[in-house]
Design a binder for this molecule. Structure first.
Ligand code: ATR
Length: 283
């Protein structure tokens, strides 16, 4: 008897760059599953109607990306606790007739740490989050989920304060200029800003002051090896890169749609890494 064919997709606009089809396509093949993962590039006038009729359009669920994560948050029938706390939906699936919205960015952070640095939690008490945007929200949620102390620093201090207030207790905001002082007490540093990304300014941070044995996580994946990660490696710190977050955040969605929890393998990493190293298509 053959399993029924299941189809998922990524919904967004101007998303020619997305690596998600390669990623999910790899898992579908590797696991011998009968399914597909498509790209749906939807203009602002088309998103809501397509999204609300996802099942009628032939899909068991999918991912939502820029610029529709907040719209998806509003349009779903129900949200999981993480999506509610983070304020954005990036993964949807059906439970009976209801369209459920979840957020997997936070699980991407935790699953990558659990897999790449098993036991990391035992040596971690204090986390320093750089940034206060959407990715920072997912990071704060993730680390509070594991009951770690979180400090947030951000260029715009008011955003850091607002974020800390939402997630307190256990979360404090500090000035951007205090970031290097905080390093001496930091067991895990995560950069969620765009600093260090190709085309953006470098991240100004003297990593020499970071506590020895600390882990450095950079969610930036272009370039793959940011200056922050290079310095961290040189100084003997364990690291996690943005590609890892990209790969691990995809695991829960795949499991929901296709019923099997996939593995992030060396082969998958190499496949997506090769894609990322390819020059961007000329548009
Ligand atoms: P995302 O949702 O992807 O996290 P975002 O909301 O635009 O994106 O957040 C980008 C983060 O990078 C913010 O924390 C931003 O700081 P501000 O809140 O002050 O804007 C940070 N960022 C971007 N450019 C920066 C720069 N030149 N110096 C310091 N921080 C910067």
């Amino acid at each position: 008897m053959t399993e029924s064919f299941r189809r998922a997709c990524i919904m967004g606009h101007n998303i020619a760059y997305t690596r998600s089809p390669k990623l999910h396509g790899y898992w579908l093949r590797a696991l011998g599953l009968n399914g597909a993962y498509d790209v749906k590039d939807l203009g602002p006038a088309d998103f809501a109607s397509f999204f609300m009729s996802l099942r009628a359009n032939g899909y068991v669920g999918g991912n939502v990306t820029k610029p529709y994560k907040e719209a998806a948050f509003r349009l779903v029938d129900r949200r999981d606790a993480a999506a509610d706390a983070i304020g954005a939906v990036n993964t949807v699936w059906y439970e009976e007739a209801a369209l459920i919205g979840g957020n997997t960015d936070w699980s991407g952070i935790l699953l990558s740490l659990d897999d790449l640095h098993p036991g990391w939690e035992a040596s971690t008490r204090n986390v320093l989050v750089l940034g206060a945007g959407g990715a920072a929200r997912a990071a704060v949620y993730a680390f509070r989920h594991r009951r770690l102390n979180v400090a947030i620093v951000n260029r715009t201090a008011a955003r850091a304060r607002a974020l800390a207030k939402e997630f307190e207790p256990g979360v404090i905001a500090a000035d951007w200029d205090a970031r290097e002082e905080l390093l001496a007490e930091t067991d895990l540093l995560i950069n969620t800003t765009s600093l260090g990304m190709a085309g953006e300014p470098p991240l100004p941070l003297a990593l020499e002051r970071l506590k020895s044995g600390a882990i450095v996580y950079d969610i930036v994946y272009a370039p793959l090896e940011t200056e922050l990660l290079q310095t961290a490696t040189r100084l003997g710190h364990r690291t996690v890169d943005g590609l890892s977050m990209l790969l691990y955040q995809a695991v829960p969605g795949f499991a929901r749609w296709f019923g099997v929890t996939p593995k992030v393998t060396v082969e998958l990493r190499a496949l997506i890494e090769a894609e990322l190293r390819r020059p961007a298509p000329v548009s």
